[in-house]
Design a protein. Sequence first.
Length: 347
Amino acid sequence: MNKNILVVGTGTIGEPLIGLLAQHKEELGVDNVNFFKRTPLTDEQGKVEALIRKGANLVTTNDVIKDFKSMGFNVEDVEKSYKDSQVIIDCTPAGNKNWEEIYSKLSGEKRFMAQGSEHGFGPFFAWGINNDSLNQEQNKYLIASCNTHNIASIVKTFALDKSRDLNEGRFVCLRRANDVSQNDSFSPSPTITKHDNQEFGTHHARDVFELFQQEGEDLNLFSSAIKLPTQYMHTLWFNLSFEEKINLENISDDLENSEFLMSTEKLSSNKVFSFGRDHGYHGRLLSHGIIAKESLHVKDNNLTGYCFTPQDGNALLSSVAASVNYFYEDSWIDKMSIFNKYIFKNI
Ligand SMILES: NC(=O)c1ccc[n+]([C@@H]2O[C@H](COP(=O)([O-])OP(=O)(O)OC[C@H]3O[C@@H](n4cnc5c(N)ncnc54)[C@H](OP(=O)(O)O)[C@@H]3O)[C@@H](O)[C@H]2O)c1
């Protein structure tokens, strides 16, 4: 039987994910990468063509097949693709709704994924953070959001992997207003997110708490968020307070040895973003976070610092990893090494 993946949505997350899967499908042992573009927009014709050139196949709903055909595209019915694809990766802001209306009616043997905002879709998964959570009994996963990837990497690298007792982790997500590809939701001034979660402040700390709770951890985490008038990328301020005293030399070694955090001497997000535009995949950095190493500050048992968050890139490999794991339970980690060429240690 062919090994087929369907990506639903071609936005900020779907578009590069389709490219990543299609361009590496041979090395990953995947036969077909299909993508569902819902709306036949003439101003997005170039995007569809580029994804087809990368080796992906366009599918859509029956009612608009003729519109895509009139643009010159070969296109198939998404209903066929729902049936023929063993892995379905939802990259829309409607993953939970799509589960209710569509995916839950398909075979439960498939693996379904939704992204970031679709809390409750399934257990959290983040590549390299909780690899062991993938198993064939569970048929749906929530791919952790960009901030969850970043915060979880910091907690894992500096606390859990080193068995340091974490008293408390505090985080401020300084968020870009919207993605460079988007017109909506730009913010003309810093705009605060309400602390609407009594326990965790905002959902960012809650999500990381829940991810590690799946692993049996019970962490004391709190987050705040503020939207800034920039399109470049999120930046995260963090403070980890440990039971014991720590020293900067050990922390720097932990950063150097981390597989998923990179470091930089750059102090502005435009410089980091620009490196991603020039050297990343689809202009995106795929690491979980980029620590501004000169921001690292240790005092007694406290570590404070800043970390840039590649919000439109750091979740991509998690969707790929969870797909490859489904098809190749024994060799998926080896297959993922094809992406090492996109990972940098210092930028
Ligand atoms: N943006 C980020 O940096 C980022 C980072 C991590 C996670 N996420 C998460 O990723 C998900 C998608 O975000 P995004 O920023 O990529 O969104 P986006 O750029 O607004 O793109 C949304 C895409 O979803 C499609 N779509 C929407 N509703 C659909 C439906 N019911 N059926 C089929 N297609 C549908 C749209 O298709 P048409 O245009 O063809 O109608 C569009 O291609 C969200 O859960 C978000 O939280 C986003």
